[in-house]
Design a protein around this ligand. Structure first.
Ligand code: SAH
Length: 345
């Protein structure tokens, strides 16, 4: 029988589990603290448990492996990229970005992705599998442990579509913001989706306070379809309604993301259409000059054009920023480090 993933039990579940093997409740508190506060990677470290209990845990449970196998530090800004190997050999990547307000970690929610966005490196090999809550948490734990600095913000914008791994993703958010764990405020957590409408609506009803970012990328249904296959399934209008619903239910302003692709979605008509979409909404627009990947022929607009695009939107009353590029020297764009490893030989 395979071992149970002890790091994916929430506080209550761990208590029930530990009671079910005949141990006292305070043991489960100790174990939870070892896993989610002291960030232990093995049962051996849990020195306030008896040797017999540690051996028993070792036999029946596992702390899923999220092992750092590559670490790149940018020379151009305070950004570090990590490649982690999972127990089954899958690779995932995470990014640490240091800001003056704190340390932000960008994590992956799946190994690979099946959403197929045309400009994204993460999706090229398709979906391998979804990650367990423990595997999402431990990306953050490993980075916090390695740097010795508290992680204050988390963005779920690495490889994968979080709303295609719904239950594990929601559990992860609860555990990450649990006072018995790292206790990261939900207001400091952002998750990005390509627009899986039914799960955006479900998420709105979870009673969470996280920020939802929508990958928009096209200013019309037609344009969106060219870049994002998911648009064949959900009409732009439905996606926007789901965003409005999220805002109504949570009071959290939506962030729209828009990867600027030269000659594709950076035209004057796009400014007009985008203004029409965003003007009536309480939202923020993040422009991301596309990070070219070698498998596709997309180019980013030059700096001047991107600025012009932004200025026009601003003049139309849109709340907009161009996202500062980070770690451009270390395979900064989603999935590029993992991809480079996968194609190294
Ligand atoms: N599946 C989620 C999270 C993935 S990535 C989503 O689609 O939102 C986070 C953001 O980076 C998304 O907006 C994604 O479209 C964007 N992105 C992916 N590859 C990119 C690239 N090469 N250049 C610029 N943005 C990219």
């Amino acid at each position: 029988m395979s071992k149970k993933d002890i790091c994916s039990y929430n506080y209550e579940e761990l208590r029930a589990e530990i009671e079910s093997i005949g141990e006292k409740t305070f043991r489960s508190k100790q174990i939870y603290e070892w896993l989610h506060v002291k960030l232990a990677g093995s049962f051996d470290e849990m020195t306030n448990l008896s040797k017999a209990l540690r051996e028993r845990l070792e036999k029946e449970y596992e702390i899923p492996k999220v092992e750092m196998i590559d670490h790149q530090i940018s020379q151009v800004d305070p950004t570090e990229k990590f490649l982690f190997e999972l127990a089954d050999g899958n690779m995932i990547e995470s990014v640490l970005m240091k800001y003056n307000y704190g340390n932000s970690v960008c994590i992956s929610s799946q190994a690979g992705c099946r959403m197929g966005c045309r400009f994204c490196a993460s999706t090229i090999g398709g979906l391998e599998r979804s990650l367990a809550p423990s595997e999402m948490l431990r990306q953050i734990y490993q980075i916090q442990k390695m740097t010795g600095e508290r992680v204050s913000n988390v963005v779920v914008m690495g490889t994968g579509e979080p709303l295609d791994n719904y239950d594990n993703f929601v559990k992860f958010i609860h555990m990450l913001s649990d006072e018995h764990g790292l206790n990261i405020s939900q207001r400091n957590i952002t998750a990005s989706t390509c627009g899986v409408v039914p799960n955006m609506r479900r998420l709105a009803e979870e009673g969470l306070q996280i920020t939802l970012a929508l990958s928009l990328h096209g200013s019309s249904q037609e344009k969106r379809k060219k870049l994002m296959p998911v648009a064949n399934k959900y009409e732009l209008e439905e996606v926007l309604e789901a965003c409005d619903y999220y805002f109504r239910k949570t009071g959290r302003r939506i962030t729209f993301e828009y990867s600027l692709v030269a000659g594709v979605n950076d035209q004057p008509e796009d400014v007009k259409e985008l203004t029409g979409i965003l003007k009536k909404r309480n939202c923020h627009l993040n422009l991301i000059p596309v990070n070219p990947i070698k498998e596709r022929d997309y180019k980013k607009p030059d700096r001047k054009n991107a600025l012009e695009f932004k200025n026009k939107l601003e003049k139309n009353g849109i709340n907009v920023t161009i996202r500062r590029e980070r770690g451009s020297d270390i395979d900064g764009a989603c999935g590029q480090l993992r991809r480079r490893h996968a194609t190294a030989d």
